[in-house]
Design a protein around this ligand. Structure first.
Ligand code: NAD
Length: 490
């Protein structure tokens, strides 16, 4: 199905969703959204102010009790209808994501499938929000535990997966019976705006989900987080912003879920199937133009196979096509903005200046748009910035190791702990590596492991809490214990 872009953009609400209606910002302010493949403005949206943020929180608080009393089945049915609607509108969502974020349309279609799975998964989990029963060991009380919605939540999402990062938070919040204020990233708000309308179309009652897109992130988060009615903040984004929000959350002792940055190691052992490893590397590195928190950031390869791995990887990378993600056949889109492209360029330039060699790519691509060549670097010093910092671009630095112990040490030598990948033909190594690696996720002979049924989240400075899986619902519930005097005990 080909989507008419003008007609699609006309369908996307441009206002703020507060209670039962889309409205203009109180101060009449607006901000624009750009297509990173062309630099052109594609939409103008209302930019919420602090007063709008508080109106959104008022709307969420007004319906929290009533929403919490709806049956799990009602909430489950809404999520299931939303899942069906997202699939009906799949090509529209995919086109919107490519337009505002730049990812190739085939990958945007993949994100629609992946993002929608959270709706289906949590429609199924909604009805499994179990408590438990037990007598106390002394026999004096009978204990029941009840899970309740945590209460009104502030959800803040990043730009790199505009649909999936929203559904990962909204679906479990709906399943648990929480109301929400969503603040999407200002670079990619259109997908969230259209998704919020889709939730309303699926029957979500007014006030449960409020959306305050804005050019001022802290102008939204600060007043909402200072209000004692808010009970939780769920944030996906960079570690420095996550730390700021955790400090603000302390004042009201808010529940927090923090999905922060990563610096994923991709380990290739000498006994790995190298073709499989290269295939895995393509997924772990090049998916989403490298702009993923799970993106392989450091290729740590056994010294006996490093040259061969890098050569095969460079060969596969030479087949990629850089261009506007809307063009079928393009496999690498632009970076999300000029600043992002320049930051990738500076990491590569720094590595080249300290002795690294580019066996593929290594340069910016002329505009319009913010493109960077898919790049493989070898002979990279282990302390180079490109190895130490989150790259967020299509650049693969390769470093080498000799022993398994050394590989684990190199992999763990980061303050981050989100995704890790291991390629090896030895199944016993899987257990040793999963014991040794300090990461919330480990892919074994697989470069893409995100799944709605799996608990996604990090350790160390990659964050707190889990999204997806049964654990994803826990994040939006609180446990109440009821102790009942045992009638037979005097
Ligand atoms: P970012 O931290 O700049 O922004 C994320 C969100 O926070 C946006 O909505 C932004 O407007 C908002 N924000 C920015 N400053 C804020 C402030 N002071 N107060 C309140 N909100 C603020 O991150 P980004 O550039 O949008 O996303 C990239 C980062 O996100 C990377 O570090 C990446 O690793 C991380 N990420 C993590 C996961 C995960 O699940 N762990 C998933 C995707 C992205």
């Amino acid at each position: 199905m080909t989507v008419n872009i003008e007609e699609l953009l006309a369908k996307v609400p441009t206002g703020l969703l507060i209670g039962d209606s889309w409205r203009d910002a109180g101060a009449g302010e607006t901000f624009t959204v750009e297509n990173p493949a062309t630099g052109e403005t594609i939409a103008t949206l209302a930019s919420a102010t602090s007063d709008d943020a508080m109106a959104a929180l008022d709307a969420a608080c007004a319906v929290q009790d009533e929403w919490a009393r709806t049956s799990a089945r009602e909430r489950s049915d809404i999520l299931r209808r939303a899942f069906d609607l997202v699939h009906e509108r799949a090509e529209e969502f995919a086109t919107l994501m490519t337009l505002e974020m730049g990812k190739p349309i085939a990958e945007a279609r993949g994100e629609v499938t992946y993002g929608a799975e959270y709706l289906r998964w949590f429609s199924e989990e909604a009805v499994r929000d179990y408590g438990r029963y037990a007598p106390t060991p002394e026999g004096n009380l009978r204990m029941i535990t009840v899970r309740k919605p945590v209460g009104p939540c502030l959800l803040i999402t990043p730009w790199n997966f505009p649909l999936a990062m929203a559904t990962r938070k909204i679906a479990p919040a709906v399943a648990a019976g929480c109301t929400m204020v969503l603040k999407p990233a200002k670079l990619t708000p259109l997908t969230s705006q259209y998704f919020a309308q889709t939730m309303l179309d699926a029957g979500l009652p007014a006030g449960v989900l409020n959306v305050v897109s804005s050019s001022s992130a802290s102008g939204i988060s600060s007043p909402i987080m200072a209000d004692p009615r808010l009970r939780k903040v769920s944030f996906t984004g960079s570690t420095p912003v996550g730390k700021t929000l955790m400090k603000a959350a302390a004042d009201n002792v808010l529940r927090t879920s923090m999905e922060l940055g990563g610096n994923a190691p991709f380990l290739v052992f000498a006994d790995a199937d190298l073709d499989e490893a290269v295939e895995g590397a393509m997924g772990a590195k090049m998916r989403n133009i490298g702009e993923a928190c799970t993106a392989a950031n450091r290729f740590i390869v056994h010294e006996s196979v490093a040259e061969e791995f890098a050569a095969k990887f460079a060969e596969r990378i030479a087949d990629l096509t850089v261009g506007n993600g809307l063009d079928e056949g393009v496999t690498v889109g632009p970076l999300v903005e000029e600043k992002a492209r320049d930051s990738v360029a500076s990491l590569v330039d720094d590595a080249l200046a300290s002795g690294a060699r580019a066996v593929a790519g290594g340069k910016k691509v002329d505009g319009p748009g913010y493109f960077y060549e898919p790049t493989v670097l070898i002979d990279v010093p282990a302390d180079a910035r490109v190895v130490q910092e989150e790259i967020f671009g299509p650049v693969a630095p390769v470093i080498t190791f000799n022993t398994e112990e050394e590989a684990i040490k190199l992999a763990n030598s980061t303050e981050y702990g989100l995704a890790s990948y291991v390629f090896s033909g030895d199944p016993n190594r899987m257990w040793r590596l999963s014991d040794g690696l300090e990461f919330g996720l480990m892919g074994f002979n697989s470069g893409v492991i995100s799944n709605a049924a799996a608990p996604f989240g990090g350790v160390k400075q990659s964050g707190l809490g889990r999204e997806g899986g049964a654990e994803g619902l826990d994040e939006y519930t609180t446990v109440q214990y009821i102790g009942i005097r045992d009638p037979y005990k005097k």
